[in-house]
Design a protein around this ligand. Structure first.
Ligand code: BGC
Length: 417
């Protein structure tokens, strides 16, 4: 009898162990969502996975645009210790896929019908040679301005619709003694403003020729010098302490009535919402004046790194399935400030800025005015992106004038290809 029970207990224990391994396998997630609004959105994801008994091992590496996260990732993969899932942007996904490091998500993608609902612009970065390698969680867009409504109302400033009106509005704020433009002096933040500025100068045609096709004539054109001139104009409206400031602290300046405007991707909205602010009442969201009707996008995706163990592979697939569920895409993006990465999610739960973002994304996709963000890895591979960062930030910090910046941009991009 003892032997029987002993054996049975051992079998039950083994079964439990194997079940719990399959059910409660952890995913280790590398990401750069460390601000208040980002952490709130991340919690939506953590809670969703916890309800599905997928455990979470957190690997945060702060820094917008993900540069620092990508450096950490490279070290981890080189050490043979790739995380399960990695927040990743655009061309970086394609590069890791080309290195053969990513898992194949086709089984889940087929079961869930991703092909029919994920926009083509995102599939271009999520599918490689017909295989799904990552799960897109959102669509962000960079050519937004976030404005403090009471500061504008107090000064009698209307929402600017042209670049000239925008400059006049910033001048009026500056004259009042407040900071006109909240900005954090980090290369990726300057590059983020550059996305919208380039669109405002030459529209989608110029943006594509210069930054997607990397046409030297467009890169070295007078329009490019005008884009740098506009960046210098913006530089004249930031406060003295901008160097090195994190983007969310710049958002906080607008939230706390210290500054009127911030040019930043719609992750900034996550900070306003976290602070209890309401769009239309407390703050305004509008496109960088001159870039209306155009959308510079970036999509956070979770690239899945190939795992040896079956349990880890299962957890990875389930995480991908969870991320792509329509209800999750709504719940997450409402908090994150972004819009869903699938075309069939209702906009009911979204605030006015979110509804606008969803409508404008769909319109831009059909009108051909949707372009990948230069700053956030959706226009070029990392080497070219970093070359652009270097020139944009050196010019912004007064190292050289606009004409020299244009010349340097041409040579830096040529060298990076
Ligand atoms: C990401 C956003 C993130 C932002 C600031 C961007 O590159 O796409 O999800 O909120 O950086 O950290």
């Amino acid at each position: 009898m003892r032997g029987y029970f002993g054996k049975k207990t051992a079998i039950v224990a083994a079964l439990l162990a194997s079940t719990s391994m399959a059910m409660a396998e952890d995913v280790e997630v590398l990401h750069w969502w460390t601000s208040g609004g980002e952490a709130a959105a991340l919690n939506v994801l953590k809670d969703d996975l916890a309800a599905k008994t997928i455990g979470w091992v957190d690997m945060p590496v702060a820094g917008g645009g993900g540069e620092a996260a990508m450096t950490t990732l490279r070290a981890r993969v080189t050490a043979g210790d790739a995380p399960t899932a990695v927040q990743m942007l655009g061309f970086d996904i394609l590069d890791w896929a080309a290195e053969g490091k990513l898992a194949n998500l086709n089984t889940v993608a087929t079961e869930e019908g991703w092909d029919a609902v994920v926009p083509a612009a995102l599939q271009a970065f999520a599918k490689v040679d017909g295989n799904w390698v990552s799960a897109p969680v959102n669509v962000h867009s960079t050519n937004w301005v976030w404005a403090n409504k009471s500061v504008l109302d107090g000064l009698g400033i209307a929402q600017p619709t042209t670049w000239e009106e925008f400059v006049a509005a910033m001048q009026a704020v500056k004259d009042s003694g407040k900071t006109a433009l909240a900005h954090g002096g980090q290369a990726w933040q300057e590059a983020t403003m550059f996305d919208g500025v380039v669109l405002s100068v030459g529209g989608v045609e110029f943006y594509k020729k210069a930054f997607i096709d990397l046409d030297p004539a467009a890169l070295g054109s007078e329009q490019m010098t005008e884009a740098f001139n506009r960046m210098a104009t913006l530089r004249g409206f930031v406060d003295d302490n901008f160097s090195g400031r994190d983007w969310n602290l710049a958002s906080a300046m607008v939230i706390n009535n210290e500054a009127a405007f911030q040019i930043m991707g719609d992750w900034a909205k996550g900070e306003f919402l976290k602070a209890g602010k309401v769009p239309g009442t407390d703050f305004l969201c509008f496109r960088v004046p001159g870039s209306q009707g155009m959308v510079a996008f970036n999509s956070d995706q979770f690239a899945m790194f190939a795992q040896a163990e079956a349990g880890a592979q299962t957890a990875q697939g389930e995480m991908a399935r969870a991320i792509m569920a329509p209800s999750f895409q709504s719940a997450f993006n409402v908090v994150k400030g972004s819009v869903p990465a699938r075309t069939d999610v209702p906009n009911d739960a979204f605030d006015d800025c979110g509804k606008k973002g969803m409508a404008e994304l769909a319109e831009a996709a059909s009108a051909g005015t949707l372009v990948g963000s230069i700053a956030h890895g959706h226009a070029n591979k990392a080497a070219v992106k970093n070359a652009i960062y270097d020139v944009v930030t050196a010019h912004f910090n007064g190292e050289y004038d606009a004409a020299t910046a244009t010349t340097n941009l041409v040579s830096a991009i040529e060298a990076a290809q």
